[in-house]
Unconditional design. Structure first.
Length: 255
């Protein structure tokens, strides 16, 4: 409100902000709220390996929802079971919690899991998995016929799972645990090799890919190393077609 004074009267003139100025202010406020909210709700993560191809490629940067799997909000979802079959989850690697892995949930507590000739069976029913990739034409007596006699690559945790949770040639998922597999099924070290994922190890669920950079080959063999890959030339290697892709759950048809 501006006041123009004269000798005889006071004239009031009201100034209205322009529509463009208002829109800019609204956008800035919304962006600030989004950033502040994102700090509490989501966290960034970069996919370092090809174990989840084609759902996630090495160099895909994703935002991870870390609310729906931990804290009081988890109890409001699916009768307290916030992680469902078919979810992609980010979690702390059970044999070494300092490492963070990303896989797809196949079995939740009480489920029975079996693999026969690369086909996953869940509670006795073959599972339709359009996201799963099989690139090795050969069959592996453990990887593709699971559970079975473990090879040397199976960890102590994986051997404990096989020793205590196999019934009628099926893995039975115990309370508080999840059985996970990588989408790049023939080239994934997952629950077949290192056992179940504890519920408390789950960090969250990927929401979308916000950036994607094709590896240059500068990282360690078979993995995407952000420090080595992010350089002046990384923009030229951006995979624009992957940006804003939703990383969603695929229902396994048993709900």
């Amino acid at each position: 409100m501006l006041s123009l004074l004269s000798s005889s009267s006071t004239v009031s003139v009201t100034t209205q902000p322009s529509q463009a100025s208002y829109a800019r202010s609204k956008w800035v406020c919304s962006f600030c709220l989004l950033v502040l909210g994102a700090h509490a709700v989501v966290k960034p993560y970069v996919s370092p390996s090809g174990s989840m191809e084609q759902t996630l490629l090495p160099g895909d940067y994703v935002l991870v929802d870390r609310v729906s799997t931990t804290g009081p909000a988890a109890e409001l979802l699916t009768a307290g079971e916030s992680v469902r079959r078919g979810d992609v989850i980010l979690f702390r690697y059970p044999p070494d919690p300092a490492q963070v892995y990303i896989k797809r949930v196949i079995g939740i507590p009480g489920d029975r899991v079996r693999i026969v000739e690369k086909q996953v069976y869940l509670n006795g029913t073959p599972v339709d998995e359009p996201y799963a990739v099989h690139r090795d034409a050969a069959s592996d007596s453990y990887r593709d016929f699971f559970p079975a006699l473990p090879p040397a690559s199976v960890t102590r945790e994986g051997r404990a799972m096989l020793a205590s949770h196999v019934e009628n040639a099926e893995i039975v998922v115990p309370p508080g645990m999840y059985f996970t597999l990588g989408d790049n099924r023939d080239y994934s070290l997952d629950s077949r090799y290192w056992g179940f994922v504890p519920r408390e190890a789950v960090i969250g669920k990927p929401l979308l890919i916000y950036w994607s950079v094709a590896p240059s080959g500068e990282g360690s063999a078979g993995r995407f190393d952000p420090q080595a890959e992010l350089s002046a030339g990384s923009l030229a290697r951006t995979r624009w077609e992957r940006i804003l892709r939703i990383v969603g759950r695929y229902p396994l048809g048993l709900e």
